[in-house]
Design a protein around this ligand. Structure first.
Ligand code: ZN
Length: 96
């Protein structure tokens, strides 16, 4: 693997650089970076496996959270509607 060999040549991406990019990944996921920063993050993710893994993890967590939030609202609404239906049924039974 040539990619592996490159990593052992001595010019690894510096840890400080990675810390910077990991901060930017959060904004990157939220689409809050401008085009220049965006491509810088993409290039780094392309070259740095640890950052790519963290990016994948964050993206997965984000999509799971987004999905569960999207499902929570209709479910709560459904419960409220069911409760309202039951109340109406009770009212109908109690009204002569
Ligand atoms: Zn990195």
């Amino acid at each position: 693997m040539t990619h592996e060999a490159d990593h052992h040549m001595g010019s690894d991406p510096s840890l400080a650089e990675c810390a910077d990019f990991l901060e930017q990944i959060v904004y990157f996921l939220d689409n809050e970076l401008d085009a220049a920063d965006c491509s810088a993050v993409r290039i780094h993710l392309d070259q740095c496996n640890p950052c790519l893994e963290k990016y994948d993890l964050q993206r997965t967590v984000k999509s799971v959270v987004a999905r569960s939030c999207a499902e929570a609202a209709p479910d709560e609404l459904r419960q409220r509607v069911l409760l309202r239906i039951r109340q109406v049924q009770v009212e109908i039974r109690e009204t002569p």
